[in-house]
Design a protein around this ligand. Structure first.
Ligand SMILES: [Zn+2]
Length: 249
């Protein structure tokens, strides 16, 4: 059990408004084991939770560019990271979104502006990472019309799958733990990592670093979603619903 599993790291909320010391610490820890993650970069951060908390780092683009040169993989993390919609869309991990529930026109503009900022920074990306994990059919259409991005990092499944013009890299856990999916993406938010989270990650990497892969090594197969993937997704969201109801008492 667990012999053929692969792990992938994803780090969310990189922008000039970040906790650079924590990001550097995660970066150095991954490099210690020759691990390269996906980095979800916000092109135009207007999320007050981040912009009011951190002062602007004018070295951000230089830092990120050097990490990309090393082997880290940039992903387009929405446009401004403002979750002003209460729609969960087609991956309802949260009932808040920068994208889900909005018109195609609005979403096209966000994608176009995000891609334009990335190119002004010299960053090219193949991956879309929706803030709060939430997007809908219009988001996919907007990506088709305004970008070359055809890969989504998100959804619950056993492995990468292809559906209607997009490849999906599943993202199943918010912290490291032993998983038996063919491919598991662990999603971290370095800005808010606690000392305990760092220590857990350090211990896990020391033991399991050989199971980690990187985006460039993934095989983008035209595999369709199987009944197993669908069952995983169904039970995940059912369990989440039960937990969220239980949490209200
Ligand atoms: Zn985010």
């Amino acid at each position: 059990m667990g012999k053929n599993v692969k792990y992938l790291m994803r780090l969310d909320d990189a922008s000039p408004y970040w906790d650079f010391e924590k990001w550097q610490r995660v970066h150095d820890l991954l490099r210690e084991y020759n691990i390269f993650s996906i980095v979800a970069i916000i092109p135009h951060n207007e999320d007050a939770d981040l912009t009011a908390k951190y002062s602007r780092d004018n070295s951000f683009i230089d830092t990120i560019s050097s990490w990309i040169t090393e082997g880290f993989t940039p992903g387009l993390h929405g446009y401004n990271h403002v979750m002003d919609s209460q729609d969960g869309g087609i991956n309802p991990v949260n009932l808040r979104s920068e994208f889900a529930g909005k018109s195609l026109e609005v979403q096209r503009e966000k994608i176009a502006k995000g891609v334009k900022i990335f190119s002004s920074w010299g960053i090219d990306t193949k991956i879309f990472i929706a803030p709060a994990h939430t997007f809908d059919k219009n988001t996919l259409e907007a990506l088709k019309l305004e970008s070359n991005i055809r890969i989504i990092s998100d959804t619950i499944a056993n492995d990468i799958y292809y559906d209607d013009g997009f490849y999906y890299i599943p993202q199943q856990s918010g912290q490291v733990r032993e998983m038996n999916f063919a491919l598991t993406t662990f999603c971290y938010h370095p800005n808010t990592m606690s000392e305990a989270a760092f220590s857990r990650l350090e211990k896990f990497l020391a033991k399991h670093h050989d199971k980690f892969t990187r985006f460039e090594a993934l095989n983008m197969s035209m595999r369709k979603k199987t009944l197993y993937d669908k069952a995983l997704s169904f039970s995940y969201f059912l369990r989440r619903r039960i937990i969220s109801i239980a949490g209200k008492h």
